[in-house]
Design a protein around this ligand. Structure first.
Ligand code: PLP
Length: 370
């Protein structure tokens, strides 16, 4: 059967290297390709999940307007509970936001190179994604970005910190962008905000054109549950709520998110560990002559002469990292998710062994490869 004309020509988001799921025994695997966390959930979250199961109400649909969760999210984001809504992952929240505000023929700008999933949602509405890249994709330059935003742009998507470049705009820079584009819906994707230690959620009071998306999949380590949320004006959320299906946010995801917010110390400790591990890994790689790019998220970038070769050699050791060759201008880079110190030590030793091995060593990079 023929799909609608937008889906027919749509280039799907490349779901690559999810190989870890093919292994029956996952204990030895380092899954460092999707920026997930390496956390076993702390006892208070597991206990809350068990209590929910013991209550025997799994046959009920989930709470579609979980007041406790909304209040906890609002307090965490520093806004009132009329300014937040939760969804089945921030990906879905972005999809809803795009479908709510964008229509056929609209221009939607993505500050690029960036998280490519959003492009798919945009194209599926018949809108035109415009990948706005500035001369230096690693520099946060509002002037350069604004100069690339065409007039009548309906929506601007800005991941902050950005995946994969790590580029991070300051609060003042984002306020400048919001002020310059009063008629454009600006989505600020803060999936990695906990690692960066900064957020602009409080700007939603000043700017009706901003929607902030946030995730429980990264620093909170709840990717399997699929839960995220939006922070915006009650008016914007009212429109998005018209198409949100509250039944889709599973009860266990809601239980886990609420328990995570009430027991945040585990997340804060993890953020500290990731920061330490990023610095450790970058230093180790520098000693091997590999210049890495640190980011404020839970990932770093490296550039080596034979990226596919290094990625394949790491995969042979059950270490999965991400190539970025699907993103314009990023094909020279590999992205490595950074988790615990011990996994980073294993990554560093594995790369060292590969680089000194004859097969790869003959193509070993020179210092300053990035
Ligand atoms: C910038 C960005 N936004 C959103 C997501 C997806 O988050 P979620 O798991 O909440 O859908 C990711 C995942 O990698 C991401 O990098």
């Amino acid at each position: 059967m023929r799909p609608n004309s937008y889906i027919a020509v749509l280039k799907e988001y490349p779901v690559v290297s999810h190989k870890a799921w093919e292994y029956a025994d996952k204990s030895d695997i380092l899954k460092l390709d999707w920026n997930e966390a390496e956390i076993d959930l702390p006892p208070p979250i597991k206990d809350a999940l068990i209590r929910y199961l013991e209550e025997g109400k799994a046959s009920w649909y989930p709470d579609v307007a979980n007041k406790e969760l909304l209040c906890a999210l609002a307090s965490y984001a520093g806004v009132s509970d009329t300014h937040v809504q939760y969804f089945e992952g921030s990906d879905c929240a972005l999809d809803y936001a795009v479908r709510t505000f964008v229509e056929q023929g609209d221009t939607v700008v993505l500050a690029s190179p960036t998280y490519d999933n959003v492009r798919v949602y945009i194209e599926s509405t018949g809108a035109r994604p415009f990948l706005a890249s500035t001369e230096d994709p690693f520099a946060a330059d509002p002037g350069a970005l604004l100069a690339r935003v065409p007039r009548d742009t309906r929506m601007l998507y800005l991941a902050n910190p950005n995946n994969p470049t790590g580029t991070t705009y300051s609060r003042d820079q984002i306020a400048e962008i919001l002020t310059s584009l009063p008629d454009t819906v600006v989505i600020v994707d803060e999936a990695y905000a906990e690692f960066a230690g900064s957020s602009i959620t409080d700007l939603v009071d000043r700017f009706p054109n901003v929607i902030v998306s946030r995730s429980f999949s990264k620093a909170f380590g709840l990717a399997a549950f699929r839960i995220g949320y939006l922070v915006s004006t009650p008016e914007n959320l009212r429109h998005i709520n018209k198409i949100r299906n509250g039944k889709n946010i599973s009860a266990i995801a809601q239980v886990a998110a609420l328990a995570a917010l009430r027991n945040r110390e585990y997340m804060e400790a993890y953020v500290r560990e990731v920061r330490k591990a990023r610095a450790f890994l970058c230093t180790k790689l520098a000693r091997l002559g590999i210049e890495s790019r640190d980011t404020p998220g839970n990932f770093i970038l490296i550039a080596v002469p034979d990226g596919p070769g290094l990625r394949a050699a790491l995969a042979d050791q059950n270490i999965f990292i991400r190539s970025l060759d699907h993103l314009p201008g990023m094909d020279a880079y590999l992205r490595i998710t950074v988790g615990t110190m011990s996994s980073s030590a294993r990554v560093a030793s594995a790369i060292e062994a590969i680089m000194t091995d004859g097969a790869y060593g003959s193509r070993a990079p020179k210092t300053g490869a990035v």
